[in-house]
Structures are given as structure tokens and as C-alpha cells.
Design a binder for this molecule. Structure first.
Ligand SMILES: Nc1ncnc2c1ncn2[C@@H]1O[C@H](COP(=O)(O)OP(=O)(O)O)[C@@H](O)[C@H]1O
Ligand SMILES: [Mg+2]
Length: 309
């Protein structure tokens, strides 16, 4: 449904994104995850046709965003990072207005507005001024304007940013409800967001995609990468240099305070082999524990990878 090829964008001298490639299939819910400044909003503005790339193309349902912008806009609902809501309009009129902007005739625009309010649980505030609503409700109005034209694709830029925990929960539930009805790409800089709602993750850092995987696949990476912490009385330097060579499954070893930290493949065989090896080396083993990396740590590793090399 969405094909992003070789997207590059610079703002003057600053390269915001570089050679971004990915595809999103019809009906998928994809999380676009990355720290602040990674290039999420830039990518989304280009996909929705609000900004031209310096290089690269985007196809939505086969239509090129820049050759056929109207065809693309028909198919996309967009919640930008700052929702385009008019503070001095009432909710119902605003949504009807947005539907008319999408070329819907008056009567249809009204029923689309009702439907969008129903989907986003706004019906009870339909006659309130947008400016008088809480931030959470205003964000829902933002979501409602994205889906009022009943687009196939929803592009949601950090839909929960600035909301309190209860509002975050409600917004996640709304997005859950939209699953199956739309193809959704949502960006976020916080991991629990995508864990709650997405089938697949695209992780972006410093303008480049650093990983692309299903939640399940990331889970597998997780089980394929663990850590063993060792506290020993002597011979740390020797173990650091010999363990990777001598113990299969040990990927690297480094010193961290009074512990040695071994990155391992996570099998129990490897953990047992490390214990045996340390004892054979007569290093005075005081403590050994195996630690799982959680998604958060994997995310931090992936997005700070450049710093480590
Ligand atoms: N209008 C702009 N002019 C100059 N630099 C910009 C502009 N918008 C974004 N940037 C820069 O481009 C990079 C990516 O920004 P953005 O796409 O907003 O990231 P994200 O949405 O992931 O936080 C950042 O370094 C940001 O400072
Ligand atoms: Mg952003």
C-alpha cells in the first residue's frame, strides 16, 4: 500500500533523512520508532505529500505522491505532529468542514463527520468549541480529522505525545479499534506505544533505518542476545581476552565496574560453559548471573549503535 524508496531530505546543510526504504502492506499497522530528531516527522510529511523530498519516491496504492498528489491525498488521513484544529470552531462543524475539503458533498460530509466522532468517542462533545476541550480530546479531534474522509491509510505522527497516562491509554484503545479498517503508520519515540498497537516496527535513528522487524522478530533477537555478569577475584584481564576465543556462544566480554559483562547467545549451554571455564581458570568465581535484554535495551542499543563503533 505504501512504498518508500530512497528517500533523502536535507534542510539546507542538515541532512534529516538519508536513503529511507520501506514498504507497508494493506491492513498492516506499522510503528515508526525513533528518538527525537531521528527524522520521523520529516518522513511522514513526505509520504503525505506535505513536503517534497530532496531525493527518492513514495507510492501510495501505486500512485506517486508528487505526480498524483490528489489521488494520494484521497487515500491518506494524516495526523501531523501539531494537529491542524481550529480552536474557534465546534467539533462537529470542523469535521464536516474537513470532509468538504476532501470534496465530499454537504450531506455526506455531515454523516462522515458523525461517523468520525463516533469512531473517536467524540459524540458527547460534538457541539463544544475545540478551544475549550482538554488536550486529550483535542488530540482525538486531530485523529477524527485524519479519518473523516474514511481513507485507506492513516499516517499518525506521535498521536499520544503530550497526553497524560489515562489519555494515552484511551488513544491507544482508539488506535486498536481502527486496526483492520485502515493501513496505519504511527510514529513514536516511546517503545510501549508500538508494543501496544503495532504488528511491525521500523526503527529509525539519525535519519537512517537501523532495524525493521515484527514484534515477534524483535522478541527473537531478544532471546538471541543475553548477558552474563561475572564477579571474579582475579584474572579479569586474561578472561576478557580468552573467553571469546575459548567458549562458544560468547560474543564479547568487557569490564563493567567490578563485573565482567559477557554478551552471549543466551543458551543455557553457554551459561554453563562460562561457569565451567571460569572455575577451570581458577579465577575465584564469586557470582554469576544471566540477564535478559528487554525491548527497551534493544532499542537503545540499536539507536545508539553509531556511538559505540
Ligand atoms: N524545518 C526544518 N528546518 C531545519 N531542520 C529541520 C526542520 N525540521 C526538522 N529539522 C531537523 O531534521 C531532523 C529530523 O527532524 P524530524 O523529522 O522532526 O525528527 P523526529 O520527528 O523524528 O523528531 C532533526 O535534526 C531536526 O532538527
Ligand atoms: Mg517528530
Amino acid at each position: 500500500m505504501i512504498e518508500v524508496r530512497g528517500l533523502t531530505k536535507s534542510y539546507g546543510e542538515r541532512l534529516a533523512i538519508q536513503d529511507i526504504n520501506f514498504t507497508v502492506k494493506k491492513g498492516e499497522v506499522v510503528g515508526f520508532l525513533g528518538p527525537n530528531g531521528a527524522g520521523k516527522s520529516t518522513t511522514m510529511k513526505i509520504i503525505t505529500g506535505y513536503m517534497a523530498p530532496s531525493n527518492g519516491t513514495v507510492l501510495v496504492d501505486g500512485y506517486d505522491v508528487f505526480e498524483s498528489p490528489l489521488e494520494v491525498k484521497k487515500r491518506i488521513g494524516y495526523l501531523p505532529e501539531t494537529p491542524p484544529v481550529y480552536m474557534d470552531m465546534i467539533v462537529k462543524d470542523y469535521l464536516t468542514f474537513v470532509a468538504k475539503l476532501h470534496g465530499k458533498p454537504s450531506v455526506e460530509a455531515k454523516s462522515l463527520s458523525d461517523l468520525a466522532m463516533e469512531k473517536t468517542s467524540l459524540t458527547e462533545v460534538s457541539r463544544r468549541l475545540i478551544g475549550n476541550l482538554s488536550k486529550g480530546y483535542r488530540q482525538r479531534v486531530g485523529l477524527a480529522q485524519a479519518l473523516v474522509s474514511d481513507p485507506e491509510v492513516l499516517i499518525l505522527d506521535e498521536p499520544t505525545v503530550g497526553l497524560d497516562p489515562k489519555q494515552v491509554h484511551e488513544m491507544r484503545e482508539l488506535i486498536q479499534k481502527l486496526k483492520g479498517q485502515h493501513t496505519i503508520v504511527l510514529s513514536t519515540h516511546i517503545l510501549p506505544e508500538v508494543q501496544a498497537t503495532c504488528d511491525r516496527l521500523i526503527i529509525i535513528s539519525r535519519g537512517k533505518i537501523v532495524a525493521e522487524d515484527s514484534l515477534e522478530g524483535l522478541g527473537k533477537r531478544l532471546s538471541a542476545s543475553g548477558q552474563v555478569l561475572l564477579k571474579i577475584r582475579r584474572g579479569a584481564e586474561e578472561l576478557i581476552s580468552s573467553m571469546v576465543r575459548d567458549v562458544p556462544g560468547v560474543l564479547s566480554v568487557r569490564k563493567n565496574g567490578s563485573y565482567l559483562e559477557a554478551s552471549v547467545d543466551h543458551s543455557e549451554d553457554t551459561i554453563e560453559a562460562i561457569a565451567n571455564y571460569t572455575i577451570k581458570k581458577n579465577a575465584g568465581l564469586l557470582e554469576l548471573k544471566s540477564v535478559d535484554l528487554d525491548l527497551e535495551q534493544i532499542f537503545i542499543r540499536l539507536t545508539s549503535a553509531e556511538k559505540n563503533h
